[in-house]
Design a protein around this ligand. Structure first.
Ligand SMILES: [Zn+2]
Length: 235
């Protein structure tokens, strides 16, 4: 096992699923029994903002009731014990990484405990409900808050940082991503192009399987902590 200086960890729905959270893009196109286009598109939000707020308020409550699993906790161990810069780039809108004590977490698809004001662009952080009557604490305008979730067709967040980290990393790790949702599915290609070793932890072969040097199949809660042990043992 090599020594690494900069580790880029990309996580997707699979790591949250092991904590019991429904995955955002399941095979049947439903998310907690809602059509994804109704609750995760700008058109859906414009059509029925109350429904969209309601959906994310419910998800917010659900998220608060789940706990991080062994894979999340192993990232904390790695960050505490392994002498490298370790960043976590997640497609998940839950905050299980933070709950597990992970540092340097970037939510490229937004996060459930935030709303953004469409009038002044300020972000409001709250675990309380947000609805069509919520007043923006910054500009005092009512009814302009949108869940700070990246909807279809919107730009991902933190991409300047992500692109820099992809150029710099010498180990790229993917945990629980399907490899079909772009642009995140292309991250491995960039990292590989810039010279990083690439490894994926997944339940089954992914769409961009061929871009990884190594594949570890199984539950991330079992396989990833073991990998962390191996990294630490090589110090
Ligand atoms: Zn505002």
């Amino acid at each position: 096992m090599k020594r690494y200086n900069r580790i880029f960890i990309l996580t997707g729905a699979g790591i949250s699923a092991e904590s019991g959270l429904a995955t955002f893009r399941s095979a049947n196109g439903l998310w907690n029994n809602h059509k994804v286009e109704d609750v995760a598109s700008i058109e859906g939000f414009e059509r029925n903002p109350a429904l969209v707020h309601d959906f994310y308020n419910n998800l917010k409550a659900e998220v608060q009731n789940v706990s991080p699993n062994a894979a999340h906790l192993a990232i904390t161990t790695l960050q505490e014990k392994y002498p490298a810069e370790i960043n976590v780039i997640t497609q998940n809108v839950d905050t299980l990484h933070e709950k597990a004590g992970n540092k340097n977490v970037y939510h490229i698809h937004g996060q459930i405990n935030q709303a953004v004001c469409l009038n002044c662009a300020q972000v409001l952080e709250t675990w309380g409900d947000v609805d069509t009557e919520t007043v923006c604490p910054h500009c005092q305008v009512m009814g302009m808050m949108k869940p700070n979730i990246v909807f279809f067709g919107e730009n991902l967040l933190c991409m300047d940082t992500v692109e820099r980290l992809l150029r710099q990393c010498d180990l790229f790790v993917s945990i629980g991503t399907s490899g079909v949702v772009y642009p995140a599915a292309g991250f491995v290609q960039s990292a590989k192009y810039y010279g990083a070793d690439t490894i994926e932890f997944t339940l089954e072969p992914t769409a961009n399987n061929y871009l990884f040097d190594k594949h570890i199949y199984g539950k991330a809660g079992e396989t990833f902590p073991q990998f962390v042990e191996e990294l630490l043992a090589a110090l």
